[in-house]
Design a protein around this ligand. Sequence first.
Ligand SMILES: *Cc1c(COP(=O)(O)O)cnc(C)c1O
Length: 363
Amino acid sequence: MSAIFNFCAGPAMLPQAVMQKAQQELLNWNDQGVSVMEISHRSKEFIALTEEAESNLRQLMEIPDNYHVLFMHGGGRGQFSAVVNNFLGDNGKALYLVDGSWSQAAVEEAEKLAGKDNIDRINIVESIAGKRQVVIPELTQIDKDYRYVHYCPNETVDGIEIFDNLNSPWPVIADMSSNILSRQIDVSQFGLIYAGAQKNIGPSGLSIVIVRDDLLALPCLPQSSIMDYRLAVKNDSMYNTPPTFAWYLAAEVFSWLKSVGGVAEMEQRNIEKAKRLYACIDELDFYVSGVAAQNRSRMNVTFQLTNSELDGKFLAEAQAAGLVALKGHRMVGGMRASIYNAMPLEGVDALVTFMTEFAAKNA
Ligand SMILES: *Cc1c(COP(=O)(O)O)cnc(C)c1O
């Protein structure tokens, strides 16, 4: 099989070096004579793996000591309910900023669990001169007592990313499922960060939660024990059997990230990849981006063909050229190239070459 570049939004491609290592040690991990999937999560070898994973993630993201790092079940959506159940007991109220389909899904879950009366929402995307753009209201001017404000800094489906931190009087909860570890952030600006693993970290099912210690004192709703942050902290993310293979792969991805220069280096690569792809879209009349320049996602590049009748041909020829999974989300149509950390620059260059040739041939 010749090389392919996989632009799937998630589960997404993983670093080839990690996949090769996992393949080599699949049947005999760490000289145990068995797979990492077949040992106790409480064995000293597996505990050592989890400790190294946490320590590497702390280094990569410069996570301050007053934050807990949790490895939980249930992906990104599991956290939509977990944050509500953990922090909105006692009729607490929360504010949700909506900038695309994932933050929309999060607010719907919150309303379902906490009741509409306890959840406020503000749509922060406006269409200005035909381009979608994020306009965040002055949160400090809002005279309300919220337990937290929730938003999604990278909207995977819509291709919208928010690069500035919120100026918020309340703890900020961010769904970073699709941009965690893609650029440097100041963790201390957040009350809680969560991410489903399958975009930038590892296999689906696992989610990473980074939570500031003081938030755990907020009153919680009755909830299932496996989603309870306090129990997860108390049990080192092993209240029940954790997704051990996903945890192992995440640990390998963290090691790989460190070996290639950490998040600072990854950020430079991601800036360059996005720059080349958006330049191609902007330079050729054949393609159009519906997102204003300052909110264009570095991870999920959404674009349309100006002649959408050519969509099918574009996708078929891209596939034949080894450029797969470029179809946009069914809710928005068009194209989407997801270029997470694991996507090498060569993959983006191959896509740019293909798009340039396709435009020339079909003009
Ligand atoms: C993929 C994604 C989710 C959902 O993740 P699941 O693991 O499928 O629940 C949530 N939020 C964002 C921003 C995502 O990209």
